[in-house]
Design a protein around this ligand. Structure first.
Ligand code: PGA
Length: 252
């Protein structure tokens, strides 16, 4: 059975004080809840990662994710962090291909593919984001766009590598806008993504967790998560408030 996952993407938010008190609130609430069946992942900015890791014991089902990494193993790339470095700190996951990185940092499918390969080489699971823009949705090219992102982003991966990837479908028009894809729109795309994965994985595509992201809130999470191919969420804004984030985790 594939895992149910709720991942909090803090983006470039929080200071040490506010961030650690948020983690404390989540940890206090979930600490003894390791059997809930939902894997909780926190993706804070780099400086937090290892303090958070030491705090939230993994047996309690809270895992850490980076928000980015470089595609090379090491070298003169001032300001960057390698997957090798993340692995040496036992980082479990790393977000890759987020639309904000595609848009503001000009990351393309080819680069995203290199990062994914680098992460897998280091036994870190990529949380691979894909999703169409508003224009692409309106001109009905969304399946084509997401299909191409999947095709290029995951190019060359072997079956056993593909099974370590978590996919996050995040329609760009729904991120941080308060507009959510309807459960039907999201389910339709998730089923399509699973079909694409099945081209390589066959039946084993049913083992890959596909998360929905884009304005997930406590009041819409339950309906989204009840869809057959939606295995959880990648949560931005609502992950910065412990009661909202916990309510989303408890929406399964
Ligand atoms: P949002 O962000 O929940 O604030 O829309 C989701 C994301 O960017 O991962």
């Amino acid at each position: 059975m594939r895992k149910k996952i709720v991942a909090g993407n803090w983006k470039m938010n929080m200071t040490r004080e506010t961030g650690l008190s948020l983690v404390d609130e989540i940890y206090q609430a979930l600490g003894n809840n390791a059997d809930s069946g939902v894997k909780v992942i926190l993706a804070p900015p780099f400086p937090f990662l290892f303090e958070v890791r030491d705090w939230v014991h993994q047996e309690n089902s809270i895992f850490i994710s980076a928000q980015n990494c470089h595609h090379e193993a090491n070298g003169a790339f001032t300001g960057e962090v390698s997957a090798e470095c993340l692995a040496s700190y036992d980082c479990n996951y790393c977000i890759v291909g987020h639309s904000e990185r595609r848009l503001y940092f000009h990351e393309d499918d080819e680069l995203i593919n290199l990062k994914i390969q680098r992460l897998l080489h280091n036994n870190i699971s990529p949380i691979f984001c894909c999703g169409e823009s508003l224009d692409e949705r309106e001109n009905e090219s969304h399946f084509e766009v997401v299909g191409a992102q999947i095709q290029s982003g995951l190019k060359g991966l072997k079956k056993n590598q593909l099974l370590k990837v978590v996919v996050a479908y995040e329609p760009v028009w729904a991120i941080g806008t308060g507009k959510t894809a309807t459960p039907e729109q999201a389910q339709e795309m998730h089923a399509f993504i699973r079909e694409k994965l099945a081209e390589v994985l066959g039946n084993e595509a049913s083992q890959v967790s596909i998360l929905y992201g884009g304005s997930v809130k406590p009041d819409n999470a339950k309906e989204l998560f009840s869809q057959a191919d939606i295995d959880g969420g990648l949560i931005g804004g609502a992950s910065l408030d412990s009661s909202d984030f916990l309510a989303i985790i408890h929406s399964f």
